[in-house]
Design a protein around this ligand. Structure first.
Ligand code: AP5
Length: 294
């Protein structure tokens, strides 16, 4: 049986997680699951999609739960969505689904394995522009079982336009499932640019580091898997400017869209990743309370 505090969260207790205490709104200590046995999901079905041909399966998928977490992470490029998604995956046990990771995985395939739409999409990405909605939606739709599965999800980088948000809403409505919350990370522009220009990513396990803020102990080698760290092409200054403009024009309007739906959870993205994770968990706790009293 789950401890009372875990049942309070409204999400089924998962015995893989130990319990820690945090203070929420000065209220009595409330317990949240902490990372005891982190889930290492290689996300191969999400990253490769149907081209994985049914042969390649994720090494582990989150176990089905009665109330899985279904989250969207919003925020400007470089605000730290991917970093938080990794931490939240360990904490909540839902799959981290990043559309940017799908495009980067495709860019590593041989040219002849890429559809014309994917070749065009990678061009948009290099320039820092948004990939057209039709291409993004096609890619997400063919992986919809990752979204509709009963282990939950943490969407990072999708939806990014009102059109994509409407498509996601329709998909979820057909299965009578709803978003638990949409977390909007907020950070001043100068700190965003600093995070983007210092980012390094592992080409093997996709772990994200920062040259000064979150360096790998192995220098240019990933200290988790031994892979090589590289700087993303779209982290060059000229692409960063284009990405931030695209965010303001196309993605920022989603804040109001989700506020109107009553699921927006704003989180200040200053401080260390663990501090931001703590704030996020408190925000999710409040979102949960809202659902219970609705
Ligand atoms: P995508 O991969 O989604 O990139 P993004 O949204 O631009 O976000 P980033 O990955 O750049 O940043 P992040 O917020 O995840 O920050 P991170 O955790 O890495 O998309 C790339 C491209 O693909 C798009 O431009 C577009 O072309 C295309 N695309 C993807 N999805 C699309 C869609 N749905 N529609 C259309 N086009 C799409 O952190 C950044 C750095 O900061 C890291 O170095 C990290 O270590 C560091 N850091 C993180 N947290 C902290 C902290 N608290 N303190 C200090 N440093 C920190």
């Amino acid at each position: 049986m789950a401890p009372a505090e875990d049942r309070d969260l409204g999400h089924e207790f998962d015995p893989r997680f130990r319990v820690i205490s945090v203070t929420a709104r000065g209220a009595p200590l409330r317990t949240l699951p902490s990372m005891n046995a982190p889930i290492k999901n290689d996300r191969i079905e999400w990253l490769q999609g149907p081209s994985a041909d049914g042969a390649a399966k994720c090494s582990s998928v989150p176990a089905g739960r009665k109330n899985p977490w279904r989250l969207v992470l919003l925020g400007a490029p470089g605000v730290g969505k991917g970093t938080q998604a990794e931490l939240l995956t360990e904490r909540l046990g839902a799959c981290h689904l990043s559309t940017g990771d799908v495009f980067r995985a495709a860019s590593k395939r041989k040219d002849c394995d890429q559809s014309p739409a994917m070749v065009a999409a990678l061009d948009y990405m290099r320039r820092g522009e948004l990939v057209p909605d039709s291409t993004v939606w096609e890619m997400v739709r063919e992986r919809s079982h990752c979204i509709l599965g009963c282990g939950g999800f943490i969407l990072d980088g999708f939806p990014r336009t009102l059109g994509q948000a409407e498509s996601l809403k329709e998909l979820m409505e057909t299965e009578s499932i709803a978003l638990s919350a949409v977390v909007n990370y907020e950070l001043p522009l100068d700190e965003i640019v600093e995070r983007l220009s210092g980012r390094r990513t592992c080409e093997q396990c996709k772990a994200v580091f920062h040259v000064t803020e979150r360096p790998s102990k192995g220098g240019a080698i990933c200290d988790r898997c031994g892979g090589r760290l590289y700087q993303r092409e779209d982290d060059r200054p000229e692409s960063i400017t284009v990405r931030l403009e695209a965010y303001e024009r196309s993605t920022a309007p989603l804040i109001q869209f989700y506020r109107n739906l009553g699921v927006l959870t704003p989180v200040v993205a200053k401080g260390t990743p663990d501090e931001i994770l703590g704030r996020t968990m408190k925000g999710l706790d409040r979102a949960n309370d809202r659902v219970k009293t609705a």
